[in-house]
Design a protein around this ligand. Structure first.
Ligand code: S3P
Length: 441
């Protein structure tokens, strides 16, 4: 990432149009990692070509896979087979991406090689002990900075032990790191999650031929993976990222007179929490053309502007919309009363402290917001907030996009100090929003 790029969103006229958004970030990382372990060539269509995913592509190349991509989002990966990752001859720099760093730590932990993972200033602040603690039990040795922060050195054992782990936090990254380590361990790896989190790793492991079972366990799941399977190359179509679609859709709900459609949005139930919450708020949001593509539910989502009611989100919905709270909070600023977004402790360890960042984003633009424990209270104005603020984005793409959505719908323009990190997950965001009628300068 280079110099900071300030960007201002001006109040927009009604948004109109039909668009697609870039491929799902979570699925793109996993597609590259698992195809790099499969035998044969996998073709990946619709891969997200954002900075985060390009870091994963580079890492898988450094570990021995043949990864080629072209500008038509058609990527090909020839894998090395389970256990076949080669020792990288340099540090693996995962940039801004927590998913890349944590999932890769899982893969590397069960390979008998030495590797070092680092990242940008935001990623070097994020906790890694949540993955290295459970992964140590497979025999891997880790050395990291204080608090388990990157850079992290990993030496995997000659023969990795399978893992049995109950997640203390609802985290798909931790679950996936344990499962990916289990791929190169003899025997059964078991993960228990107290609340179900996004299941793209499980779905994709099955797609590549792994023997994996997922049993419901109250609100959670028990996942069992048989180690050392032979993964076979299997083409993948990546759906549009619902976490990216959230930005134009919420903008259309808020800018009076708008109506837009985002086609081909991933609607995996463990990712679709935002849509249910917005429906409860009275949003005019419709899904059409529902279908299954590449093993994931996909549909076209249409949003039409209208009044919104405040909401109290149930704690159990948090994992299925963990990345959508900043933009939901922006929607709540327009609602007719106070919303309480509950159980947001995990937002503190995202690309930035997103709980504090979201409250500050709102406060800078004339919306009263308070943090109470792990909850965020947003005092909706029942209309357009003043705007006019300068928002500090703290190297966080989702805070930047949320602030620009607010600026498109507020009374006065909203500026972000740095929009450059948007490219980590949503390359082309500003142009796509402009094609709908947003005015950015
Ligand atoms: C992700 C899981 C979530 C999410 C992140 C992507 C994944 O993180 O915030 O953007 O792809 O597994 P946690 O698992 O840490 O909640």
């Amino acid at each position: 990432m280079s110099a900071a790029q300030p960007l201002t969103a001006h109040p927009a006229a009604p948004l109109r149009g039909t668009i697609t958004v870039p491929g799902d970030k979570s699925i793109s990382h996993r597609a590259l990692m698992l195809s790099a372990l499969a035998i044969g060539e996998t073709r990946i269509t619709g891969l997200l070509e954002g900075e985060d995913v390009l870091r994963t592509a580079a890492a898988m190349r450094a570990l021995g896979a043949i990864v080629t991509g072209d500008s038509a989002s058609d990527w090909r990966v020839s894998g090395v087979g389970i256990g076949g990752l080669a020792e990288p001859d340099d540090v693996l720099d995962m940039g801004n991406s927590g998913t890349a760093a944590r999932l890769l730590t899982g893969l590397l932990a069960s390979h008998p090689i030495f590797s070092v993972i680092t990242g940008d200033a935001s990623l070097r602040r994020r906790p890694m002990a949540r993955v290295t603690d459970p992964l140590s039990a497979c025999g891997a040795q880790f050395s990291a900075r204080a608090g388990g922060r990157l850079p992290l050195a990993i030496r995997g054992p000659e023969h990795a032990m399978p893992l049995a782990y109950r997640l203390p936090v609802a985290s798909a990254q931790v679950k996936s790191a344990v499962l990916l380590a289990g791929l190169n361990a003899r025997g059964l790896t078991r993960v228990e999650e107290p609340i179900a989190t996004r299941d793209h790793t499980e779905n994709m492991l099955r797609h590549f031929g792994a023997d994996i079972t997922v049993e419901p366990d109250g609100p959670g799941r028990l996942i069992t993976l048989v180690g050392q399977p032979e993964l076979i190359a299997a083409d993948i179509t990546v759906p549009g990222d619902p976490s990216s679609a959230a930005f134009p859709l919420v903008a259309a709900l808020l800018v009076e007179g708008s109506r837009i459609t985002v086609q081909g949005v991933g609607l995996n139930p463990l990712r679709a929490g935002l849509f249910s919450v917005l429906w409860e708020m009275g949003a005019k949001l419709t899904v059409s053309n529902e279908r299954i593509e590449g093993g994931e539910k996909v549909g076209d989502v249409t949003a039409e502007a209208g009044p919104l009611k405040p909401i109290t989100t149930p704690p159990e919905i948090t994992p299925s919309m963990i990345d959508e709270f900043p933009v939901l909070a922006v929607a709540c600023a327009f609602a007719s009363g106070t919303s309480r977004l509950r159980h947001l402790g995990e937002l503190r360890v995202k690309e930035s402290d997103r709980l504090a960042g979201t409250a500050a984003l709102l406060a800078a633009n004339g919306v009263r917001a308070e943090i109470e424990g792990d909850d965020l209270l947003v005092h909706g104005l029942g209309g357009r907030p003043a705007g006019g603020g300068l928002v500090t984005t703290h190297m966080d793409h989702r805070l930047a996009m949320s602030a620009l959505v607010l600026g498109s719908a507020a009374i006065a323009p909203v500026q972000v100090d740095d929009a450059s990190f948007i490219d980590t997950s949503f390359p082309g965001f500003a142009d796509l929003m402009a094609s709908l009628g947003c005015i950015f300068s």
